[in-house]
Write a protein that binds this ligand. Structure first.
Ligand SMILES: Nc1ncnc2c1ncn2[C@@H]1O[C@H](COP(=O)(O)OP(=O)(O)OP(=O)(O)O)[C@@H](O)[C@H]1O
Ligand SMILES: [Mg+2]
Length: 439
């Protein structure tokens, strides 16, 4: 950094023309010598003081103007940089790259930056030291190494604002082809950025997913193994305990089976994510079917389950019936499970008139609701607001992830609205099929 700052100071000094006092100060030695010679001439050579003074003035003026010319003869630094800048073709080539690319000269001053680089580093200026903008010690150290002789360096660069993005930066010396073996020649260097953010995100998701899935499987498995040991040992001859333990074991095994089913259906849906299902499915019938299936559960929890259909009573969408059954099963089951304290769950199907293009199903509960910070994360796999509470209710945290994937595959929209204490509304909107099932 210190080195770069010094270079910059030198640049500024060279760009400016020296003032008259500065020129005189620079030439004080010859001027003093000249003055001494003329004074000696007047004192000892009895020369005419007036003529001597005139002679001194003329010689001094010539000296000063010579100094000025000397500065002018050296081309201004800005022009000096131009020959090192890139040819239009190279610039066009770099502009065509999708990733940020920066070219610097041997003093680490920016010679060129393509559009992606300019949008990544908006304060980047041609002619300025790279360090003015890119305040990443690792990258600057690598740049220094490359300018000092290392042919290539790869470093990580993490941009934290406005959102975290990570890059792999390759810094390479641009040695002239005519002098390929001349290691000392470091006319310029390139910085090529490769965005590694998506890769990192996927890697992160994969690790999380494996950790979550194994954890979810291990918990019931540990309990199963524990009960097996108890049944083989202390409870071997205890008929009552055996019955009780077997019931718990069957419940745990069922939970594992359900988790595996959920995981498999998630991956199946993902596999076909880009293929929109096309069978005609009648939505009101699907929702009614789920309400009938879940009414015993609602009764058990003293929840009143209602259905209201606004508009026509037969609405057909292009879809996959089994998948749509799963969507409404999940949403209505969640509303009963987590919103039971509200005492009622209202399902409404909105489809305004024969010609409406869209149908929306709202599932509303009057339970505790969900705080805003959790809402955007509900559709993440294994995400649960209260892990222990959800697990007690037999949840795996995959329900809403499946819902979102199915809705996406149907080109629909999924929306959650909730504020703590006021219950929650989960809505699914889908386009209505052009053709309809005959009545
Ligand atoms: N209606 C609701 N009211 C309050 N919280 C809810 C509601 N619906 C879902 N949640 C919260 O969202 C979390 C995720 O729900 P999701 O359906 O994905 O998983 P789950 O119900 O725990 O498990 P699964 O659906 O696989 O049985 C739940 O654990 C719960 O904390
Ligand atoms: Mg659920």
């Amino acid at each position: 950094l210190e080195r770069l700052d010094k270079t910059e100071a030198l640049e500024i000094a060279r760009l400016r023309q020296p003032t008259l006092p500065e020129r005189a100060a620079r030439l004080w030695r010859p001027l003093a010598l000249l003055a001494t010679v003329f004074v000696a001439l007047i004192l000892f050579g009895s020369a005419n003081p007036l003529l001597s003074l005139l002679g001194f003035a003329v010689t001094a003026a010539v000296l000063l103007s010579f100094a000025e010319q000397r500065v002018q003869i050296a081309p201004p630094a800005a022009q000096q940089r131009t020959p090192a800048a890139l040819s239009p073709r190279s610039e066009a080539l770099l502009e065509s790259l999708p990733d940020p690319a920066i070219i610097i000269d041997k003093r680490a001053l920016v010679l060129f930056a393509n559009q992606p680089a300019r949008s990544l580093l908006p304060t980047l200026k041609i002619g300025n030291p790279l360090s003015f903008t890119l305040r990443a010690p690792d990258v600057l150290d690598a740049v220094e190494d490359v300018l000092a002789g290392t042919p290539i360096a790869d470093v990580e660069y993490i941009e934290r604002v406005p959102v975290e993005r990570s890059f792999n930066v390759r810094i390479a010396a641009l040695t002239p082809i005519s002098q390929p073996t001349q290691e000392a020649v470091r006319e310029a260097a390139s910085l090529m950025f490769r965005d590694t953010t998506p890769m990192r995100r996927v890697e992160h998701m994969r690790v999380d997913f494996v950790a979550n899935a194994s954890h979810e499987l291990r918990t019931p498995l540990a309990s199963l193994l524990g009960f097996i040991e108890t049944l083989q040992g202390p409870a071997r001859n205890d008929a009552v305990a055996r019955e009780r333990f077997l019931a718990i074991m069957s419940e745990q095994a069922r939970r594992m089976a359900r988790l595996i089913d959920d995981l498999l259906s998630l991956s199946r849906i993902e596999l076909n994510a880009h293929v929109k299902p096309t069978s005609p499915v009648e939505i009101v019938g699907v929702v009614r079917h789920i309400i009938d299936a879940l009414s015993p559960m609602a009764r058990d929890r003293a929840v009143e389950l209602t259905l209201e259909v606004a508009g026509s009573s037969e609405i057909v969408v292009d879809g996959d019936r089994d998948e749509l059954l799963r969507v409404f099963e999940n949403l209505i089951e969640n509303a009963i499970k987590y919103g039971s304290s509200g005492g009622r769950v209202d399902v409404t199907i909105d489809h305004a008139g024969e010609h409406a293009r869209e149908v929306t199903v709202h599932v509303r509960d009057y339970g505790p609701g969900i705080s805003p910070e959790h809402v955007p994360r509900l559709t993440e796999r294994f995400y649960r607001v209260d892990v222990a509470a959800s697990r007690d209710k037999g949840g795996t945290g995959l329900g809403l992830a499946i819902v979102k994937h199915i809705v996406n595959r149907h080109h629909g929209r999924f929306h959650v609205e909730s504020s703590p204490g006021e219950g929650a509304v989960f809505s699914v909107s889908m386009g209505v099929a052009a053709r309809r099932i005959a009545k």
